[in-house]
Design a protein around this ligand. Structure first.
Ligand SMILES: C[S@@+](CC[C@H](N)C(=O)[O-])C[C@H]1O[C@@H](n2cnc3c(N)ncnc32)[C@H](O)[C@@H]1O
Length: 219
């Protein structure tokens, strides 16, 4: 059966992830298409005009889609397999309550404030909860660079950029035992790098896959 790609599905909806804008979806299709008919939970931080949650719903017809936004107007996109919850994704208690309500994510997409501190802390909070074999996506990581910083204080409270943090995580994933006595950057990387199958870096976005088991187990 010839089915539309994720990028083709998104053409019907209003999201900047499509190939003539950010071009994230061709990158994701190659990593997520095996989940297409699976029953699982996908969370996305950042609903805005509803274009991406509608795309996920159309592409993953058996998945539960949970859209999170601070803007109460986003509740208008609730319906079908799409659930919308209003709150600040940088609040750990709020995010944990969502996982209690809907279950652990197989796919978690972070497309919210694009602040470094939020990008890093949401990864630290949510990657441990991603089901083994699942994926954590951190978008718009180009806010780690100069052009964006001239427009807004994307650093937030962080002294390390999201891209440099992903490099530090990737360093431990790649180096593994060869790093010998080199200490990982922080406790999250120390504890969770063994669960990371890959840190895939694309144009302005990244997909971190979670292994089925830590250490040398299958990815
Ligand atoms: C880039 S837009 C999302 C675009 C959407 N995912 C798409 O592809 O069509 C970012 C959204 O994140 C929301 N947002 C910003 N900071 C947030 C936070 N701390 N928690 C939850 N949502 C946030 C904004 O209100 C905005 O609607």
């Amino acid at each position: 059966m010839n089915r539309n790609t994720l990028d083709e599905v998104a053409e019907r909806f209003n999201t900047d992830k499509v190939s003539n804008l950010h071009d994230f979806l061709r990158f994701y299709h190659r990593r997520l298409s095996h989940l297409r008919d699976e029953k699982f939970v996908l969370y996305e931080v950042g609903v805005l005009n509803g274009g991406s949650v509608k795309t996920w719903e159309a592409y993953f017809p058996n998945a539960t889609i949970v859209g999170i936004d601070i803007d109460p107007r986003c509740t208008e996109f609730e319906g079908g397999n799409i659930h919308i919850r209003i709150g600040d994704a940088s609040r750990v208690d709020f995010m944990f309550d969502l996982v209690t309500e809907f279950g652990r994510p197989t796919v978690f997409v972070e497309d919210g404030s694009h602040r470094w501190d939020h990008q890093i802390s949401t990864l630290q909070t949510m990657f441990p909860l991603v089901v083994p074999g699942g994926f954590y996506i951190m978008e718009d990581i180009d806010t780690s660079f100069q052009e964006h910083l001239e427009k807004a204080p994307f650093e937030g409270l962080s002294t390390i950029s999201a891209v440099d943090y992903l490099f530090k995580l990737a360093r431990v994933v790649i180096g593994e035992r060869a790093l010998k006595d080199e200490k990982p950057y922080d406790l999250f990387i120390n504890d969770w790098a063994p669960w990371v199958g890959s840190v895939d870096l694309g144009r302005r976005t990244s997909v971190i896959s979670k292994k089925l088991a830590p250490g040398g187990g299958p990815i």
